[in-house]
Design a protein around this ligand. Structure first.
Ligand SMILES: NC(=O)c1ccc[n+]([C@@H]2O[C@H](COP(=O)([O-])OP(=O)(O)OC[C@H]3O[C@@H](n4cnc5c(N)ncnc54)[C@H](OP(=O)(O)O)[C@@H]3O)[C@@H](O)[C@H]2O)c1
Length: 270
């Protein structure tokens, strides 16, 4: 990554985004992080915070305009902002599912539409979208969250081919369970059904414990730096032992065994 590269990271108030903003700023990048609650231009740990709600076209455009006004260009966009919606599919209202897509999927699409004209005019840039292990494997009681991340996989893979000739590289990071503020920010479908209650609560608890005993998000920041320094970055980067081994195991063992192991992991086999 060249000294002074201009990097915009969505969702930098905590977790992966904050760790990445800190590390890249320490390595000489001009970093802009975002939060829905940021005061414009507030600085922390060597980077500048800007307000952004990725659910709004106007907010996305204003944030990107502000980066260009302050720094004159955008070399890197990291689409990291997101949250997890938990609950059985039958328990989840369509409006809750739409809200999950509005942030995780359309938020990513919105930010890319705002930066692509700038990157094309510059003759290049890099986009890194944060997917998930849940974007490779459908996770019970997080099926809509998984669906948003599967959708990011398809969007990123298609876009990568479209913009290659403009010198724009598109990659994804697919993390497993990491210790971040995302566990506390998890939303739950409002209308619970008794038929799912015990299994759902147990599965969500197991996931939350796995996150909170998971690795520190600094690993995300180091991987992002490696991607930004790669001359020809790959499409997919798995992050964490679970993100490496679960998809690998899926290819090696029969599907029925893989599904049994998934249910077993979430104590759904009783
Ligand atoms: N932690 C994990 O185990 C894990 C695993 C795989 C993938 N991921 C993905 O990693 C990304 C970061 O999550 P994290 O674990 O670091 O969680 P986090 O600490 O809760 O960070 C989420 C960030 O997203 C921002 N955000 C949420 N809704 C937003 C909106 N509508 N507009 C703009 N910003 C918004 C939050 O900022 P404000 O609330 O300040 O606006 C916050 O900075 C997410 O895409 C998540 O799906 C996490």
């Amino acid at each position: 990554m060249r000294e002074g590269a201009v990097v915009l990271i969505t969702g930098a108030s905590s977790g992966f985004g904050e760790a990445a903003a800190r590390l890249l700023a320490a390595r000489g990048a001009k970093v802009f992080g975002t939060s829905r609650r940021a005061a414009p231009g507030e600085t922390r740990d060597g980077f500048t915070m800007l307000p952004l709600d990725v659910r709004s076209d106007a907010s996305a455009a204003a944030c990107v305009d502000e980066v260009v006004r302050r720094a004159g260009r955008i070399d890197v966009l990291v689409n990291n902002a997101g949250y997890a919606l938990a609950g059985a599919v039958e328990e989840t209202a369509i409006d809750e599912a739409k809200a999950q897509f509005e942030t995780n999927f359309f938020g990513t699409a919105r930010m890319m539409r705002a930066v692509l004209p700038i990157m094309r005019a510059q003759g290049g840039g890099r986009i890194v979208n944060v997917s998930s292990l849940a974007g490779l494997v459908g996770v019970p009681f997080h099926a809509y969250y998984s669906a948003t991340k599967f959708a990011i996989e398809g969007l990123s893979e298609g876009l990568r081919q479209e913009v290659r000739r403009f010198g724009i590289h598109v990659s994804m990071i697919e993390p497993g369970d990491f210790k971040t503020a995302g566990t506390a920010a998890r939303e739950r479908a409002a209308a619970g059904l008794d038929a799912y209650a015990a299994t759902r609560d147990r599965a969500i608890d197991i996931m939350a414990r796995s996150e909170q005993s998971g690795p520190d998000p600094i690993g995300f920041a180091r991987l992002l730096l490696r991607i930004l320094e790669a001359p020809r970055p790959r499409l997919r980067y798995r992050l964490g032992n679970d993100a490496v081994w679960v998809p690998r195991a899926r290819r090696l063992i029969p599907e029925s065994l893989f599904e049994w192991l998934m249910r077993n992991n979430y104590e759904m086999n009783e």
